[in-house]
Design a protein. Structure first.
Length: 297
């Protein structure tokens, strides 16, 4: 079988002080990826383009860079004036396996060339209770629930920074796009306007989107009635027949469950000790909706 996954990384955000943690082999996805079609190079996709100017980034200022105090970097996107959606594994120290103190995380909305459109500290972090952090040396990868919500210490209410709505999981073959930061383009966001859902397996999406270290938590968008909606979050990357792919989380149901936790006071507060292990809260699985309207100029 010619399907292989060298260097599948569950922590694209683990770019820590010049070190990239890449050892992650995921046997569970081999069967899933066996059904991924072999598309010609570049078929139906656009290149990843760095948004170097304010004009280029217009409408995407709600995507920002997450700086984690111990040297990590991820991408996050606003879903409300005080809420940022990202990947759950971004909130764990890759060396100790402990959850990082939310007080050490900063969200820089629209970060570009050393400046942010707005910056906020994090007051509280809610990780999906079914997400299991396995670390960079593990052979197991949890993608479907690799989600976290960050509550900011104050709202971002600026006319040029609008939260994004969230949407349903796209079908196989659907056109999506991604806006992300990465270790080699950390000073400005990049956009890939067109990539595709190659497969839907085990609560996750296999995508043709171009991602790299630092892209963890990046929003994956689908356009609905002319408006971009977040339909998944970047969790990992891999390779199929020599072609780079990315793995996206399930979103609709896990996000609803995390919103329940958030409203009930769950999660880890920035007032906790510097590193604490995440306890799975005993919270009813009532579904609720979340998100705020995003109007693209």
């Amino acid at each position: 079988m010619d399907i292989f996954l060298p260097n599948v990384d569950a922590s694209l955000g683990w770019y820590v002080k010049g070190k990239m943690f890449m050892r992650m082999y995921v046997a569970a996805f081999l069967a899933a990826l066996a059904g991924v079609p072999a598309l010609a190079d570049g078929e139906g996709t656009t290149e990843l383009t760095e948004m170097m100017t304010a004009y280029d980034a217009r409408g995407w200022e709600g995507v920002g860079r997450l700086n984690i105090g111990w040297g990590g970097m991820c991408t996050g996107a606003m879903i409300a004036p005080n809420l940022v959606l990202t990947a759950g594994h971004c909130l764990y120290n890759s060396r100790t396996g402990n959850q990082v103190n939310p007080a050490t995380i900063q969200f820089h909305a629209g970060w570009r060339n050393g400046h942010a459109s707005a910056s906020r500290k994090v007051r509280r972090a809610v990780i999906h209770p079914d997400y299991v952090f396995t670390g960079p040396e593990s052979d197991n990868l949890t993608v479907s629930n690799d989600l976290a919500i960050l509550e900011l210490d104050s709202d971002i209410r600026l006319a040029n920074i609008q939260p994004f709505t969230t949407g349903k999981r796209p079908r196989k073959g659907a056109t999506v796009g991604v806006v992300s930061y990465a270790h080699d383009r950390a000073e400005s966001p990049s956009i890939q306007e067109t990539c595709h859902v190659l497969a839907r397996r085990q609560g996750a999406l296999v995508l043709s989107c171009d991602v790299d270290f630092g892209s963890s938590g990046a929003p994956i968008f689908a356009e609905v009635d002319g408006t971009p909606q977040i339909v998944s979050v970047v969790s990992a990357k891999g390779e199929v027949r020599g072609r780079r792919v990315s793995l996206g989380t399930n979103l609709e149901k896990p996000l609803s469950e995390m919103m329940v936790l958030l409203k009930s006071g769950g999660g880890v507060s920035a007032r906790k000790t510097p590193e604490v292990r995440m306890m799975k809260p005993d919270t009813p699985r009532t579904l609720t909706s979340g998100g705020a309207k995003f109007l693209r100029p």
